[in-house]
Design a protein around this ligand. Structure first.
Ligand SMILES: CC(C)(COP(=O)(O)OP(=O)(O)OC[C@H]1O[C@@H](n2cnc3c(N)ncnc32)[C@H](O)[C@@H]1OP(=O)(O)O)[C@@H](O)C(=O)NCCC(=O)NCCS
Length: 165
């Protein structure tokens, strides 16, 4: 079998994203974005950042995703976290975030933050609320493209992950 052909496993599993997952990621994220639950992402921004993504896949279909984007030597961001409606409440959101934290630790990036409309979920996962002003200016460079700018409703949260040693 070609290395680019994967089995169509009938149980969901987590793996790094392939470029062929980009359309599925966009469809799921933008469905939630239309309901105001998260920010939309363009296909081109997903292609450019595909190495940041991990996905939950079942029978070749993307049912969950999260991205870890490195911002600075000591800071990375969990972005674009979503789990398909039918799969919610089964622990996959937690798995996705923990996989991001693991990667941050592997990279020796000691702190991970997120900007979220659902802070309670992240509080359960050991994140703590912080003031947005505590995050470096660099984090806000994408805000100008956000449909909510400048009335940001997202909550900033952070978690230490250590240095992976
Ligand atoms: C938020 C989301 C990713 C959670 O995924 P999920 O797979 O349902 O979450 P899990 O099953 O891993 O839940 C882990 C824990 O968080 C809790 N939890 C899940 N969603 C929650 C929410 N919205 N608020 C508070 N707690 C939540 C669960 O009860 C569970 O707690 P437990 O360990 O005590 O049982 C998912 O609901 C989703 O995609 N929502 C729409 C998009 C969105 O809001 N994205 C967030 C980025 S802004």
């Amino acid at each position: 079998m070609s290395e680019f052909v994967e089995g169509r496993e009938s149980a969901p599993f987590l793996r790094p994203a392939y470029i062929s997952d980009a359309e599925g990621i966009r469809a799921m994220v933008n469905k939630y974005a239309a309901q105001g639950l998260m920010l939309p992402r363009s296909l081109s921004s997903i292609y450019e950042r595909i190495r940041d993504f991990r996905v939950i896949v079942e029978e070749g279909k993307v049912l969950g995703c999260a991205a870890l984007q490195v911002c600075w030597a000591d800071l990375a961001e969990v972005r674009t976290l979503a789990v398909a409606r039918d799969l919610r409440g089964k622990g996959w959101g937690r798995e996705l975030v923990e996989d991001c934290l693991k990667e941050s630790a592997r990279l020796r990036v000691p702190r991970v933050f997120t900007l979220s409309f659902t802070p309670d979920f992240f509080l359960k996962l050991g994140f703590a609320r912080i003031e947005k002003d505590d995050l470096p200016q660099k984090v806000w460079k994408d805000c100008i493209h956000c449909p909510h700018f400048p009335d940001c409703q997202e909550v900033a949260l952070v978690r230490n992950v250590g240095n992976g040693e």
